[in-house]
Design a protein around this ligand. Structure first.
Ligand code: GLN
Length: 264
């Protein structure tokens, strides 16, 4: 069977099919795209069609491959961690612009945000908190494989952080409302990393209310949030006494990150 025959027979998105085929063949995607008439090794056909069956049942490609690219880093992912999203790169951009000497990442999941910051700013001290033990293990493995030094803590939001202040606190917390129909499409991902109460704001509220004492004066708290949540998040930040409250749009023009600073 040729590459183009296998891709057509899979009946999934051809780009995704090529990714899965490249994985089972051990060929590059470029080579598959350049020579669609080449034969695939017959012994990988079964593996390829098993992968495409999983994809047809809705499993994300990142879980099938066990990895996802984020901010130029190749991260291992599995169903214990949220798949890093391209829009979350905005949070990393905003963090890097501030050139902080210390960063706290709350709910690090795969470690994506913490690792991207550490990779770009090797002298920055990065602390990353995660409540789920399997997710924490995944993040630790990613850090070890990428040779990036992160101070990992096990616990819920700010609980494992005592008597420390940071120049920046970042988080991509759960922010989907519990009844949101969009959750059906996200059913393969850890619900604890996605869902935050009936309004989707429970985790953000908890973080905003607790973060102040962990920030140096003038330091920023930057939080990713969902479509249409910016007013509520800004209100919570104002209520917690933060200043210079700002919202930034992602590449799709959706208000995606809001932040504020502690009065200096
Ligand atoms: N951006 C994700 C989605 O809706 C949600 C991520 C999150 O809740 N932190 O697909």
């Amino acid at each position: 069977m040729t590459v183009s025959e296998a891709i057509a027979a899979s009946k999934i998105d051809p780009r995704e099919a090529r990714l899965l085929l490249a994985e089972v063949c051990g060929f590059s995607q470029a080579s598959l795209a350049a020579s669609p008439e080449q034969d695939i090794p017959f012994e990988v056909e079964n593996a390829f069609f098993e992968f495409t069956q999983r994809r047809k049942k809705g499993e994300p490609v990142a879980y099938i491959l066990g990895r996802k690219e984020f901010y130029g880093l190749d991260l291992s992912v599995n169903p214990s961690v949220l798949i890093p999203r391209p829009e979350t790169e905005l949070l990393v951009d905003l963090a890097l612009e501030r050139n902080p000497a210390s960063v706290l990442d709350l709910g690090t999941g795969s470690g994506a945000i913490a690792l991207a910051i550490k990779h770009e700013r090797p002298n920055c001290r990065v602390v990353a908190v995660e409540a789920d033990l399997s997710a924490l293990l995944t993040a630790k493995r990613n850090a070890a494989r990428l040779n990036l030094e992160i101070d990992f803590r096990h616990g819920r939001w700010l609980e494992p952080v005592a008597d420390e202040r940071f120049q920046l606190i970042v988080s991509n917390p759960p922010y989907v409302a519990s009844g949101d129909p969009h959750l059906a499409a996200l059913r393969f991902e850890p619900q604890g990393a996605l869902v935050a109460g009936p309004g989707g704001l429970d985790s953000i509220r908890e973080i905003v209310q607790a973060a102040g004492v962990f920030l140096f004066p003038g330091a920023w708290l930057l939080l990713e949030h969902g479509i249409g949540q910016e007013e509520a998040v800004r209100g919570l930040m104002a209520g917690a006494g933060l200043e210079s409250i700002t919202t930034w749009p992602d590449l799709a023009g959706i208000a995606r990150v809001s932040g504020g600073t502690l009065k200096s």
